[in-house]
Design a protein around this ligand. Structure first.
Ligand code: MN
Length: 262
């Protein structure tokens, strides 16, 4: 088995080193990771400049001057000689639950693997600081082991795993979940730059709002590892009939004047 590993915290992050070590028991490991931290990069690709790669540690580590999505994309479209059987991302420093998954570079690296038809798993540890990184690495092993042992077929799947920041012995178990939802993010923090113009720091993420039983927020606050299957198709299928009713029409040969909006 060949496992491709990436992250968004950069190749030096303790989380990716622990994840690579944890995955070696399943087979050959290749790390293709960004040269610096890209947390919050989402699925961005670098299209306006070429990417450089540094290759070290024999065949196993590639450091790329791009985003998490770039790393997996480049790995799968030319850098690697053989297609990986599994893509894993992380272990991220901090949770990626609810709406966070839209912004996460950790999840994005896994999405990129999934878009290429490979089973892909993103791992994040809740709270900053990797205080219980050994525990998170053991959980990553457990999740991959269970997936490989219990899956019924080889259909690709995309899974988002969030691990409470606590010792392995304190964890309550592993639960399949759905994404919860946060309230809107807090306001930006405005400061004055030393040169006299306003600068802005993005405010904190919102608080968990939909944290019912069955959500990722519920599972992790109750000491469980949360495993959420994700999909990439953003279509709101329930709203397609509405939009069809509003929009389905021919293009008129001459446009009527716009109505006045009151
Ligand atoms: Mn990160």
């Amino acid at each position: 088995m060949h496992i491709l590993i990436s992250n968004d915290d950069g190749y030096r992050a303790p989380g990716i080193k622990a994840l690579a070590e944890a995955m070696r028991r399943f087979g050959r490991v290749t790390v293709v990771a960004p040269d610096h931290n890209h947390s919050g990069a989402s699925n961005s690709l670098t299209l306006n400049r070429p990417l450089t790669v540094e290759h070290t540690e024999g065949d196993s580590l590639y450091v790329l001057s791009g985003t998490p999505s770039d790393c997996v994309h480049v790995a799968l479209t030319g850098l690697l000689k053989d297609k990986p059987d599994l893509v894993v991302s992380g272990i991220n420093c901090g949770a990626n639950m609810g709406d966070d998954t839209m912004y996460s570079g950790t999840v994005a690296a896994a999405i990129e693997g999934y878009l290429f038809g490979i089973p892909s798993i993103a791992f994040s540890q809740i709270d900053k600081g990797w205080n219980e990184l050994d525990s998170a690495a053991s959980v990553a092993q457990l999740v991959v082991e269970r997936y490989l042992a219990t899956r019924e077929d080889s259909r690709p799947i995309l899974m988002n795993v969030n691990i409470p920041n606590m010792p392995l012995s304190a964890l309550q178990g592993i639960r399949g979940t759905r994404l919860g939802k946060r309230t809107c993010a807090e306001n930006v923090i405005e400061e004055m730059s030393p040169r006299g113009f306003p600068i802005y720091w993005l405010g904190a993420a919102g608080q968990p709002q939909d944290k019912e039983e069955g959500t990722d927020f519920w599972a992790t606050t109750h000491g469980f590892v949360s495993v959420t299957p994700l999909q990439v198709d953003l279509t709101a299928y329930k709203r397609v009939p509405d939009v069809k009713r509003w929009m389905d029409s021919d293009i008129p040969t001459c446009l009527a004047p716009l109505p006045t909006i009151k």
